[in-house]
Design a protein around this ligand. Structure first.
Ligand SMILES: *Cc1c(COP(=O)(O)O)cnc(C)c1O
Length: 396
């Protein structure tokens, strides 16, 4: 059971995909005068932009592709440094590396997101971008980050791959910086199996993002190539079947978030007030995607003991999202004379060793969230799970 969108794949997705297959148009471009052409990718882009309240969106093949397209849109140069958190999925780093940039890892705070107080010490002559990652469905402290970026003339690209549907002070995540990136892989709030999108309000960045994702072609939604290709690009185009799935899922996003918020509130009320345990800081509780519930213990031994009793892991042992556990990334960092391996980011190590992810809508062992509730959980199941957490904590 991966993400909540995946759990809800049903008739709506079937209808959308059937439309495409019946139409005979699998490619995102179609003839304007062909009534069969469904323009699912285009419609997905328009509805996503509208939902986020920005002018533009470019659908792509993955969240990784969305990050690469965003970095190419701002014209990242070889050797440019990008400030990123030490707790994120490896794609945040690898996207930067394959664009020729250098990811500069930065400590996180009790929000499990990048600590704004740690950013300025990493800013130097080569710094070009800050890439905050809205981890586990919750916003970074964007006011502080935007303030720092403005002061040092840096571009902000938001990795919102885990936070599609979340917001910060009323603005959709991904829309506060220059560009935002979403993923549609199966562990995200909504899914098309794989897929992604870039969003931006800026016309020029949109043209560059679109062009890069389609071999330099200018945005042209109905298919006729109008020329004037100003940049070299690659092919990260979304196809119509993926667009159809993405569209059906996007139309479920509001109800998914609403459902998860109700279930998370119930779950949280069951487990609040336990001695020595606090909840992760939320920079904007109202914008929470409610996909996960992170608890932080005072003591790492206690955290580990309780995790093992609940048959799960503390976040430092959760797998993929911890820099210290990325052998391939650590090899790269070592080769580039950058801090690597456990101990390189001690504050991050400490917080992750005391934190536990309880699932609410995203059930993902790779995130350390194999234990908890899910989008189908009944009130009774939520109570039972809450009780188990409570009893386990009291017994330790
Ligand atoms: C999932 C994810 C990505 C990459 O998305 P894919 O669609 O799997 O390529 C990037 N960044 C973060 C933080 C993610 O969680």
């Amino acid at each position: 059971m991966p993400g909540p969108g995946y759990e809800l794949v049903g008739q709506e997705e079937l209808k959308q995909v059937t439309d495409v297959v019946k139409s005979g148009h699998l490619f995102r471009y179609g003839k304007q005068d062909d009534p069969n052409f469904q323009a699912k990718v285009f419609t997905f882009e328009r509805e996503l932009a509208k939902r986020c309240n920005v002018n533009h969106s470019v659908a792509v093949t993955s969240g990784s592709a969305a990050l690469i397209v965003a970095l190419m849109a701002i014209g990242l140069n070889p050797g440019d440094e990008v400030i990123v958190p030490a707790y994120t999925f490896v794609a945040t780093y690898s996207a930067i590396i394959f664009c020729g940039g250098i990811p500069v890892l930065t400590e996180i705070d009790a929000s499990l997101n990048i600590d704004p107080n740690e950013i300025e010490k990493h800013i130097g002559p080569k710094t070009r971008v800050i890439m905050p990652v809205h981890m586990l469905g919750n916003a970074c402290d964007m006011d502080s980050i935007m303030h720092i970026a403005k002061k040092h003339n840096l571009i902000v690209i938001e990795d919102a791959c885990q936070a599609n549907g979340g917001s910060y002070r009323g603005r959709a995540l991904g829309t506060i910086g220059a560009l935002g990136a979403f993923s549609l892989n199966i562990f995200k709030t909504i899914t098309a199996g794989d897929g992604g999108a870039v969003i931006t309000d800026d016309d020029d960045l949109y043209i560059r993002a679109f062009s890069f994702h389609d071999q330099g072609h200018l945005p042209n939604r109905t298919g006729v190539e109008v020329g004037a290709r100003s940049i070299l690009g690659l092919n990260f185009r979304m196809n119509e079947v993926t667009g159809a799935l993405g569209l059906a899922q996007l139309r479920k996003l509001d109800s998914i978030i609403e459902t998860l918020r109700i279930k998370k509130a119930k779950f949280k009320s069951q487990i609040s007030g336990l001695p020595g345990i606090s909840f992760r800081t939320l920079n904007d509780p109202e914008g929470d995607c409610a996909t996960l519930c992170t608890i932080i213990f005072d003591d790492p031994q206690k955290a580990e003991l309780i995790a093992s009793k609940l048959k799960t892991n503390t976040l430092d042992k959760s797998g993929w999202h911890v820099y210290a556990n990325m052998e391939h990334m650590n090899k790269w960092l070592q080769e580039h004379n950058l801090p690597y391996g456990k101990g390189a980011y001690p504050k991050t190590d400490d917080i992750l060793s005391r934190a536990l992810n309880l699932s609410v809508g995203v059930v993902d062992g790779g995130l350390g969230a194999s234990f908890g509730i899910n989008i189908h959980s009944t009130d009774e199941e939520i109570e039972k799970t809450g009780e188990l957490v409570r009893k386990t904590c009291h017994a330790v």
